[in-house]
Design a protein around this ligand. Structure first.
Ligand code: CTP
Length: 404
């Protein structure tokens, strides 16, 4: 995948920066064109001259390049490189750059470019053990995952400080492989396609302060929206209440109830090539919503709520618009392939993605998932445990043939 690809390497100020000339050399050996952007702090560990010589290109140091450049316009270099890049890799990524990326700062060349690029970004953190394990760093790395960055975890071993633990920059070969994999995932095979993705829980109000909900975090649906946008699709993400940032280049529509989600899907799905229903839609909603907060009476020891069925969104869509591909999810508490096949058939889906809420590394609020993908031809594929972002690509790989 690396041949003739445009790769920006962002270097920040950690001791592992001394290894980055090797990364640049390996990427070029594999046929890629490489440009290097570095923070002022990175200069303390590796020289721009070395990186410029090995990349055979001018190196950007600092947000305001001082030297007169023949190639890059000092005013718009970040926009120009942002359009040029097929992938950006930030290595080593310090705790500081992770914090900046997580909060949108752009006060050095690397963070500025990371905001401006349109391509996927691989972040390869490397720092001392305690910095890596600090709650602020943990939080920032989680945010990066949620924003759609691909984070290559540091390796365990002896660190520059003499401590042992996680924090080492992975071997250069592993970083090159990760760049290669990211490029192969982010192929532009969905260009020109409109895809509607749903995510998160629905909340069904009982009274002004209470609702019936479920534990969906929305992470799987957000990962699909992010991956589809990176592959060139125009993505509308219809989501219930979640605490996740909207992925880049995705149109987000916020809803609360199953009825609102149905309305939004009906509206946006009309012109789409695919509907991917990752949302956990409530099957039942209170018959009546009390306009006042329901109070308990003294001596009352039970409360009966009457619920009625909500519309099954996938089923309704499959009855009305069979032009587009339909992909559903089945969340079961046993590995129930028969149940999932039944749903696939009843809702006339092209694919159904089965996951088990009780399985370790799957289900709510975790960044990984273990899924079985069942297609309407009857093919059943159980995938190994992987990140929700990688699962998203696996689902899209199998959906492409249904998008016409
Ligand atoms: N779904 C939907 N509309 C609903 C309920 C579910 O479109 N009112 C979609 C979900 O987004 C998911 C698929 O249908 O893609 C299966 O959802 P799931 O809750 O697992 O199954 P149900 O069909 O609701 O069956 P049950 O809850 O009985 O397992």
């Amino acid at each position: 995948m690396l041949k003739n690809k445009h790769i920006v390497v962002g270097v920040t100020g950690g001791i592992a920066a001394y290894k980055i000339p090797l990364l640049v050399r390996e990427l070029r050996k594999a046929g890629a064109e490489v440009r290097v952007v570095m923070s002022e702090a990175a200069r303390e560990f590796v020289t721009p001259l070395t990186l410029s010589t090995l990349s055979n290109n001018e190196v950007v140091v600092g947000t305001f390049p001082r030297e007169r450049s023949n190639v890059l316009d000092a005013r718009t270099w970040h926009i120009d490189l942002g359009r040029w890049a097929d992938v950006m890799v930030i290595a080593p990524a310090t705790a500081n750059i992770a914090a900046k990326l997580a909060h949108g700062y752009s006060d050095d060349a690397v963070s500025t470019l990371a905001l401006a690029v349109r391509c996927p970004i691989l972040v390869s953190p490397s720092m001392d053990l305690d910095m890596w394990q600090h709650p602020a760093t943990r939080e920032n790395i989680t945010t990066l995952h949620e924003m759609g960055y691909t984070v290559l975890p540091p390796e365990e071993g002896e660190l520059a400080s003499g401590l042992r633990g996680p924090g080492r920059l992975p071997e250069i070969g592993r970083i090159v492989d990760a760049v290669d994999e990211l490029l192969s995932l982010a192929k532009k095979d969905l260009a020109g396609k409109n895809i509607v993705v749903t995510a998160g829980p629905t909340y069904e109000p009982i009274d002004p302060v209470r609702f019936i909900g479920n534990r969906s975090s929305g992470k799987m649906g957000f990962a699909i929206a992010n991956a589809a946008a990176q592959r060139g699709a125009t993505v509308t993400l219809i989501t219930g209440r979640v605490h996740l940032p909207t992925p880049k280049f995705v149109q987000r529509v916020d809803v609360e109830t199953a009825a609102e989600m149905y309305q939004a899907v009906a509206r946006y799905h009309k012109s789409s090539h695919a509907l991917i229903m990752a949302a956990a839609v409530a099957d039942f909603t209170p018959e009546k919503v009390s306009s006042q907060k329901i109070k308990k009476e003294s001596g009352q020891d039970s409360l009966i709520l009457n619920l009625r069925r909500t519309k099954d969104i996938l089923h309704e869509v499959s009855l009305k618009n069979r032009k587009s591909a339909l992909i559903g999810f089945a969340l079961e508490t046993g590995n129930n392939i028969a149940q999932a096949k039944k749903k696939l058939k009843e809702k006339k889906l092209d694919l159904i993605v089965l996951n088990n809420a009780n399985e370790k590394g799957a289900g709510f609020d975790v960044d990984t998932n273990v899924v079985t993908i069942i297609s309407k031809s009857g093919k059943v594929e159980r995938l190994k445990k992987m990140t929700k972002y990688a699962v998203a690509h696996e689902i899209l790989n199998r959906s492409v043939k249904f998008l016409t």
